[in-house]
Write a protein that binds this ligand. Structure first.
Ligand code: KIV
Length: 287
């Protein structure tokens, strides 16, 4: 076999974001370089150390400890009640469970809206206490002073535009940027976030054509969720991706496994074994 053939048959890294950097975490500079190379990358949410370690071992380069933990992990109806203590605790767990991924901690509702000083206090807590490599905050123009201060303090900021779930009470859950005026505002906000120093912009529930235009207009990566195929990266909430979330899937989410069914079947089989006396057996028992 020639070296070229053996290289072809070698297991493929999911993305060259990993090339030569096996023993260090992915950084925001790696993501900037990926954009320059035209390389797409995946991001998943994570809320605990064990699940995060699985994603880290699978080569997911960026893990977001999203405030979607509210609906997907903590049993709230929305992201609004999520607190700083909850984000800090789960972010620390995700950092402990991973070696390679850049971990991004989400600033929850009420932790940065008062102004830049409040944002800096809470972002600093996530960096120092939890060990995250970056933070995310929602909003365009209204969050620019926060972004500028955090970036000037050395904290990488991921911006979040389009549908911003922390404003669900004001905007509802619907596609954003459909009118010409809204599309113009979104494009302006994305450029302003970039100018304020953000290293990436999440675009949630945005028409594909607009997301493509934003992606072409920025030199920082865009991360789409319900924003079509042309963003630089794609993010999914892990429980949607793995088929653990109950009920109807959002149209933009693809299920790659059926974890709800698998876990349910496993729990039911365990219950049956216990009730029938077939667990534990000799091999599970100490003499
Ligand atoms: O909290 C979250 O999971 C998010 C993603 C959907 C981008 O903000």
């Amino acid at each position: 076999m020639t070296p070229a053939q053996s290289a072809q048959s070698a297991p493929k890294e999911p993305t060259s974001l990993y090339g030569g950097s096996r023993n260090r975490r992915v950084t925001v500079r790696d993501l900037a370089a990926a954009k320059r190379r035209g390389e797409k990358w995946p991001m998943l949410t994570a809320y605990d150390a064990m699940t995060a370690s699985v994603f880290d071992e699978s080569g997911i380069p960026v893990l977001l400890v999203g405030d979607s933990m509210g609906n997907c992990h903590l049993g709230y109806e929305t992201t609004v009640p999520v607190t700083m203590d909850e984000v800090a605790m789960l972010s620390a767990a995700v950092v402990r469970g991973t070696e390679r991924a850049l971990v991004v901690g989400d600033l929850p509702f009420g932790s940065y809206q008062e102004g830049p000083a409040q944002a800096l206090r809470h972002a600093t807590r996530l960096v120092k206490e939890a060990g995250v490599g970056a933070v995310k905050l929602e909003g365009g123009e209204r969050s620019l002073p926060q972004t500028e201060l955090l970036v000037s303090a050395g904290i990488p900021v991921m911006s979040h535009l389009g549908l911003t779930p922390q404003s669900v009470n004001a905007m509802g859950y619907r596609v954003q940027g459909r009118s010409e005026e809204d599309a113009h505002t979104l494009l302006r906000d994305a450029k302003a976030a970039q100018d304020a120093g953000a290293f990436a912009v999440v675009l949630e529930l945005v028409p594909a054509q607009l997301a493509a235009e934003v992606t072409r207009s920025l030199h920082i990566p865009t991360v789409g969720i319900g924003a079509g195929p042309d963003t630089d990266a794609q993010v999914l909430v892990w429980t949607d991706m793995a088929g653990l979330t109950p009920g109807r899937m959002p149209r933009f989410a693809k299920q790659y496994a059926r974890m709800r069914e698998t876990l349910g079947d496993a729990a039911a089989a365990f219950a049956e074994d216990v009730a029938g006396g077939s667990f534990p057996q000799a091999e599970h028992t100490f003499s």
